[in-house]
Write a protein that binds this ligand. Structure first.
Ligand code: ADP
Length: 182
């Protein structure tokens, strides 16, 4: 059976990767699909092309994952993949209420089934928006995202990272200067 993992992936996080790692063992094939809306274009940190490139790099080691994008209703996309199911990840009860509503709607308007996979609890606090927020201040997100996302975030916020690292190096130097030598 094939699964479609739809989302914004702005950018893909370790939580998404955890869901994918579990899904590739269950499904024959998983398509990670960036759902985009031309009207919401400016609301994302990464452009659609950037998100697709990050996803391609982050998922290259899986033998049964492909990357795609779609700008429309998910049920219309699912109609092109007969027999496929929608895959969504769950972090906490807070995700469940929203996801339940969407899953019911997708079944009602498009007869599309949704399968949920829970990520490991260590990722339950990780979201793309939190990662973007931390990176926008030059914080370390390397544990929370795959290497491709970390590199892209570093590039996007290159000035902030350089400034923070210079300040940290300065602080370390002045701490060393104040260390008594005897
Ligand atoms: P969307 O904008 O559709 O919510 P996201 O890229 O934020 O897109 O998420 C895609 C899917 O991955 C959703 O099902 C979401 O609940 C799930 N997800 C996001 N972060 C995590 C995480 N840390 N652990 C498990 N699932 C997650």
């Amino acid at each position: 059976m094939n699964a479609v993992f739809p989302g914004s992936f702005d950018p893909i996080t370790s939580g998404h990767m955890d869901v994918l790692t579990r899904a590739v063992k269950i499904f024959d094939h998983v398509t990670v699909t960036v759902m985009h809306n031309a009207r919401k274009q400016g609301r994302h940190l990464f452009t659609l092309d950037e998100r697709l490139e990050i996803l391609r790099q982050a998922t290259a080691h899986f033998g049964n994952v492909s990357v795609d994008s779609f700008g429309g209703l998910l049920v219309d996309y699912m109609a092109r993949q007969p027999g496929g199911v929608i895959l969504r990840g769950l972090r906490a009860v807070s995700d469940y209420e929203y996801e339940l509503q969407i899953a019911h709607l997708n079944r009602q308007i498009g007869d599309a089934e949704t399968v949920f996979i829970m990520a490991a609890t260590r990722w339950s606090f990780v979201s793309s928006s939190m990662v973007r927020e931390i990176a926008s201040y030059g914080g370390d997100v390397s544990e929370m995202v795959p290497r491709a996302s970390a590199g892209a975030l570093r590039q996007k916020f290159a000035d902030v990272y350089a400034e923070r690292e210079a300040a940290q190096a300065g602080a370390a130097r002045s701490a060393a200067d104040q260390t008594p030598t005897v």
